[in-house]
Design a protein around this ligand. Structure first.
Ligand SMILES: [Zn+2]
Length: 288
């Protein structure tokens, strides 16, 4: 093969053709230079586009990160609000206990300080998870404590409902609780209740919730109703003209259980009303 080339340049307007003689080495040099130049150019073009893609990716990641931070901050705020809410609940529980005169402390709730590490999302998530599990423990404690308070209050309500209170009938007291001259016969006797005079047929009401323990007739007390209220309390209503309650009946305070009468040893229509605590008559006047 020849060491030289001839390149013909033929203009289209009919002018004389140019003839250029080129050495083979020169062609190789030019081609190599072109290839190297193309290579460098492609590298730059490739790098440029790559850089663009990286920049886009970076922007996207930054945005996602910012959103995540924002979400975490929001979560931290929610956790903080929950903590405050719980503290508020504990306070109102303490007030309820105070109002109800209970001499107990509500169960304390561990209140850790809030806040999350500023930069590291993983740390922030760990911290939030820790705070959330603390809150779960606190909520469980609060729930138990409220159950205790509820049961204390409901005991208190039951005791209050079972404690004789108020007048068993509309009338006036003719005989008080304590030592007195026996109304019939001689000598002084201990009067174990109070006598409330009223017209025959006047309704007699239970003075507390309970269960009818006895409905009976006795020589001295005549027609009598005895109610067991639990907590050691019993009430007795005697000399009735009519007993309405039946043995074993559940009774609410204010239920009509009998009517005023003059049965048994009695000098006129009245209710002999007696309150017993653990089997011992106590003065009913204190609860009228
Ligand atoms: Zn009496």
């Amino acid at each position: 093969m020849s060491k030289r080339f001839t390149v013909m340049v033929i203009p289209e307007n009919g002018e004389k053709a140019h003839r250029i003689k080129v050495r083979r080495g020169t062609v190789g040099f030019v081609l190599t230079t072109c290839l190297v130049f193309l290579g460098i150019l492609s590298f730059f073009v490739y790098s440029y586009f790559n850089f663009q893609i990286d920049a886009e990716e970076l922007r996207r990641l930054r945005l996602a990160n910012a959103e995540q931070r924002h979400g975490l901050q929001q979560l931290a705020t929610d956790v903080e609000l929950m903590r405050e809410e719980l503290a508020g609940l504990a306070e109102s529980e303490a007030r309820v206990l105070q109002l109800a005169d209970f001499d107990i402390e509500p169960k304390a709730v561990p209140i850790a300080m809030g806040g999350i590490p500023e930069q590291d999302s993983d740390l922030a998530i760990d911290e939030l998870q820790k705070q959330i599990s603390q809150l779960q423990v606190a909520i469980e404690l609060r729930r138990k404590s409220q159950e205790d308070v509820r049961s204390l209050l409901s005991d208190r309500v039951s005791v209050s409902r079972a404690t004789p209170n108020g007048w068993p009938t509309k009338g006036w007291i003719t005989s008080y609780f304590g030592m007195r001259q026996a109304p019939i016969g001689h000598g002084r006797r201990f009067h174990e209740g109070i006598d409330i005079a009223a017209n025959t047929g006047t309704p007699i009401f239970a003075t507390a919730d309970g269960v009818v323990a006895r409905v009976e007739f006795s020589r001295s007390y005549g027609k009598t109703v005895i109610i067991d209220h639990g907590y050691g309390y019993r009430t007795l209503y005697a000399h009735n003209s009519k007993n309405l309650a039946k043995r074993g009946m559940r009774i609410k305070r204010g239920d009509k259980i009998a009517e005023v009468g003059n049965t048994g040893v009695s000098t006129g229509p009245h209710v002999h009303y007696e309150v017993q605590l653990n089997g011992v008559p106590i003065n009913p006047r204190k609860s009228l």
